[in-house]
Design a protein around this ligand. Sequence first.
Ligand code: FES
Length: 147
Amino acid sequence: MRSSRPAFRRSFDAGAGRSTFAASNAAFFSTYKFLVLSVPATTITFQFSDGQPAQTHVAAAGESVLDVALNNGIQLQHNCGGVCGCSTCHIYVNAGGDDLPEISDKEEDFIDRAENPRINSRLACQCVLEKDMQVTVTIPPQHFLGH
Ligand code: FES
């Protein structure tokens, strides 16, 4: 006898359990993964000057590069708590910098006090992300005590 209920539901009715449901889910995502993967996302790739392997993370609009780093267990000093009052969250922006908010005079002043500032230096707490951005940054060594 043929049931009008969906296959995954029938398998639950028959006591087939969780594994059949998981297989059903896997089949769904396998079929429709192009939809999931085609949703635009903001990503940040973190590279490390100490040789750690790079990490890429998805970020939400409104988060700063510092937020994304800390939310993902990446060590990045932030002595002032992310209010542009120190230079300890200093990073190098390697790609995607044109899409970041413009650098302020205050941020520039603090970057001047950072260790080894370069033309692509920014403060991670001031790099607030928007939708559909791809940013790559390098985290400088975190062994020094900044100010
Ligand atoms: S945490 Fe102090 S300026 Fe970013």
